[in-house]
Design a binder for this molecule. Structure first.
Ligand SMILES: [Zn+2]
Length: 148
């Protein structure tokens, strides 16, 4: 088994017991506070992280857990993200973990780290509202000039 970095999401973390679990598309990885890459990082449920998976006698463990950025607070997006993890790129056909791009804290789209092609676009409520407002605004401006 090659020791490649994996992407996952914090399932839970107990600050008193100083351990928790990371979820990837199908597996759970144990991690201890000592496995965190930075002492400043305080794991929160649904945080996106990258880590090095190892096998121990007790099971799967995550090492060098690094916080990526984001906090996904909606269940559907989270499911979609987990299913989306470790898939094949439609453009270059390579196995890949899509990189996520967020817009104001919500997932916006994911792209292939090999070829950079967009893999998936998420529905983003805030962005949709903003675009709608812009369209209405320009329609009103146009209407105003046509009626002059
Ligand atoms: Zn690709």
């Amino acid at each position: 088994m090659k020791n490649e970095e994996l992407k996952g999401i914090i399932d839970w973390y107990d600050f008193q017991k100083r351990y928790g679990f990371i979820l990837t598309n199908e597996k759970k990885y144990f991690f201890h506070q000592d496995d965190l890459d930075s002492i400043e990082y305080k794991p929160k449920k649904n945080d996106e992280v990258i880590f090095f998976p190892i096998k121990t006698k007790k099971g799967l463990r995550a090492k060098r857990v690094k916080f990526v950025k984001q906090f996904i607070n909606d269940n559907n997006t989270l499911k979609q993200f987990i299913n989306d993890n470790n898939t094949y790129c439609r453009a270059c056909k390579k196995k890949m973990t899509p990189r996520l791009v967020t817009y104001k804290g919500s997932p916006d789209k994911s792209f292939c780290p090999h070829c950079g092609k967009i893999h998936m676009t998420f529905f983003n409520f805030q962005k949709t509202i903003e675009i709608t407002v812009i369209i209405i605004f320009f329609s009103l401006v146009l209407l105003y000039f046509f009626n002059k």
